[in-house]
Ligand binder design. Structure first.
Ligand code: C5P
Length: 220
């Protein structure tokens, strides 16, 4: 397998910006698996599927057609031909995504798609279970963290257009999502035993990118 860099970690740890930056620096493709779970969730909401009913979600898990573009400078995602890059970032989807992503039928389908996209490699893949489940033999595995407070501040900044998304609200919603993501039965968020942990609380984006690029050069 050519280079696969698995980037896992909790919400707001800076995975997306770091993963895109690393992919650009090394001339690799980029896959945002969180966007795929969000797209599934968006589709469920659009189609009035009760997201807190795992059986109802599982029954429709095969229906949406997802297409993902892997250019780190312009990643794209469509569902049934509709560009959903923006609607998958709303608070409504963000607060529903953990319930949908805990459904085994959803994960089974998306992991197959993710492995198809990853193919023989040359890609940076970000998510929650990349180093543990999707590509357990990835040559480079990073577990990116940051303090709860800093992660909530970063997310609240991303959500600046939404006046209800204060740091306090974001912190509560983020803690709930992390709890659901790390306690679910199927593929919970956890650091792979062989992943290198990078704590970005005190690091700028350029420093995180530099650390991952250095790691990739050392480990491959
Ligand atoms: O990374 P992002 O915050 O966009 O991920 C959204 C949600 O998708 C996570 O909170 C988690 O529930 C789910 N997810 C997952 N496995 C992945 C990536 C994301 O369960 N590999």
């Amino acid at each position: 397998m050519s280079l696969v860099i698995a980037m896992d970690g909790p919400s707001g740890s800076g995975k997306s910006s770091a993963s895109k930056g690393v992919a650009r620096a090394l001339g690799l493709r980029y896959l945002d698996t969180g966007a795929m779970y969000r797209a599934m969730t968006w589709w469920m909401v659009q189609n009035d599927v009760p997201v807190d009913d795992p059986e109802a979600v599982a029954a429709r898990a095969a229906d949406p057609v997802l297409e993902v573009g892997t250019d780190p400078s312009a990643p794209t995602i469509t569902v049934d031909g509709t560009d959903v890059s923006e609607p998958i970032r709303t608070r409504e989807v963000t607060n529903a995504v953990s319930a949908v992503s805990a459904v085994p039928a959803v994960r089974a389908r998306l992991v197959v798609l993710q492995r198809e996209i990853i193919g023989t490699g040359g890609i940076v893949v970000e998510g929650r279970d990349i180093g543990t489940v999707v590509v357990p033999d990835a040559p480079v595995k990073v577990y990116l963290t940051a303090s709860e407070q800093v992660r909530a501040q970063r997310r609240a900044k991303d959500l600046a257009a939404d006046p209800a998304a204060s740091v306090t609200v974001t912190l509560d919603e983020q803690a709930r999502r992390d709890r659901l993501d790390s306690t679910r039965t199927t593929s919970p968020l956890t650091r792979a035993a062989d992943a290198t942990e990078i704590d970005s609380t005190e690091l700028g984006l350029a420093e995180v990118i530099e650390a991952v690029v250095r790691l990739a050069k050392e480990q491959t």
